[in-house]
Design a protein around this ligand. Structure first.
Ligand code: GDP
Length: 423
């Protein structure tokens, strides 16, 4: 299992910028469309565009969602899987309108890279800013800015350069460390699956090459962490702790600590469905056995003994509200983080953030799709990481205790009160 060989990315753009066409063209150029789908594409393109029977309308490949959108059906996020010889991809395709901010946040929360699309004639819009902010908030540090419809501005490099410069500044401001700007024409595939001959002034890689070579290690946490999903105890002779490693690596013999109780042990076996391993790393689902009896339950974190996670019960966090009812301070919610669920209250909304301008505004409540910076109180101290260090142990959801609906997602910024007995 090689985790560097899977890239999760998200595509963001406004209506009509060419997102469906770009994604369809990308799938086509990657050579991964089944034959019947290519045949249907040719047939439907002819039917729809009698004037240009030899041109393929790539937006037809990914437009299924648009119909649902027009009918007002609440859609979540469409995930598509494809692969090339070099890498596998999972792309989250979600609507870009502000009313779908919560969907976009869901798609972005486990993506390592975002492809942000703009129309070369329009340049950067408020939407571009909002999409980039949500991506940054959800922990994406790598963006490809695809400046589309270059054919409609005569492939002018000065227009492209101006958009690219403005975007780099905006992205840097939001903490996005890696930006690659790319001029494309989605329908003809210029700089999508192949480098364009029409824009010789652009000497960089095409979109597919960028996606194939993007660094997937950048978003991975370094210290070993495994949130225990369940305790596997089929009989008296075996006791294993199952979960997915969410940071670093572990080997047989490694010294670990079970948090928050802070009991130490060594790894005896790393068991998987395909047999035992000598070592395992982030992204792998494993069952660990330990060399001595310690008390481990679901929700505990098994961590590197020399670099354990901090433990705390009060936090400052960014919160994106997903509930139809507003967030009200001091109401009790369930907070799920890693594999643990605790009771939580938002004690203070310090400010909310206008997602279009990033201005900080005073607020007494958060409404659907609003982002706030809040203080949160838990009834238990938990092992955690900041979201910037580890998305699994620093990211949480809030659940309504009556309806059991997910009403918010949050990113821990820092601990306001750490458990004193731990370090
Ligand atoms: P979406 O709403 O962002 O998914 O946009 P679509 O992919 O449906 O494209 C909107 C329209 O723009 C369609 O008519 C496309 O054919 C057209 N389009 C997309 N990309 C380009 C491009 O690079 N050049 C030109 N000339 N038209 C494009």
């Amino acid at each position: 299992q090689d985790n560097t060989n899977l890239l999760r990315f998200i595509t963001c753009g406004s209506v009509d910028d060419g997102k469906s066409t770009l994604l369809g063209r990308l799938l086509y150029d990657a050579g991964m469309l089944p034959e019947d789908q290519v045949a249907a594409l040719i047939r439907d393109s002819r039917k729809l565009h009698a004037d240009a029977p030899d041109q393929l309308d790539f937006s037809l490949l990914t437009d299924g969602l648009d119909a649902e959108r027009q009918q007002g059906i609440t859609i979540d996020v469409a995930y598509r899987y494809f692969h090339t010889q070099r890498r596998s991809f999972i792309v989250a395709d979600c609507p870009g309108h502000e009313q779908y901010t919560r969907n976009m946040a869901t798609g972005a929360s486990n993506a390592e890279l975002a492809v942000v699309l703009v129309d070369a004639r329009k340049g950067l819009l408020a939407q571009t800013r909002r999409h980039t902010y949500i991506c940054a908030l959800m922990g994406i540090r790598q963006v490809v800015l695809a400046v589309n419809k270059m054919d409609l501005i005569d492939y002018r490099d000065d227009v492209f350069a101006a958009i690219a410069n403005e975007y780099r500044e905006l992205a840097a401001h939001m903490g996005i460390t890696s930006v690659h700007c790319l001029p494309v024409v989605a329908p003809s595939g210029d700089n999508v699956g192949q480098r364009s001959t029409r824009m010789p002034w652009y000497r960089g890689p095409c979109l597919l090459e960028l996606l194939e070579s993007a660094d997937t290690a950048a978003t991975q946490a370094v210290d070993f962490r495994l949130p225990v999903q369940w305790v596997n105890r089929p009989d008296a002779s075996f006791r294993g702790y199952a979960g997915t490693i969410c940071g670093g690596q572990v080997a047989v013999g490694s010294e670990i600590v079970v948090q928050p109780a802070m009991q130490r042990a060594r790894i005896e076996r790393i068991v998987t469905a395909d047999g035992d391993l000598a070592e395992a790393s982030a992204g792998q689902a494993v069952t660990l056995t330990l060399d001595r009896e310690v008390d481990v339950s679901r929700g505990d974190v098994i961590a590197d003994a020399t670099r354990p996670a901090p433990v705390a019960d009060q936090f400052a966090a960014h919160l994106l509200w997903m509930g139809d009812e507003p967030l009200l301070p001091n109401r009790a919610y369930w907070l799920k983080i890693g594999s643990r669920t605790v009771n939580a209250r938002v004690t203070t909304i310090k400010h909310k953030v206008d997602v279009n301008t990033q201005a900080e505004l005073a607020a007494r409540r958060l409404d659907l799709n609003e982002v706030g910076y809040c203080n949160i109180d838990l009834d238990h101290a938990i092992p955690f990481e900041t979201y910037a260090d580890n998305r699994t142990l620093g990211g949480f959801i809030l659940i309504d205790r009556q309806t059991h609906a997910t009403v918010g997602c949050g990113m821990l910024a820092f601990a306001l009160r750490r458990a004193a007995n731990v370090h």
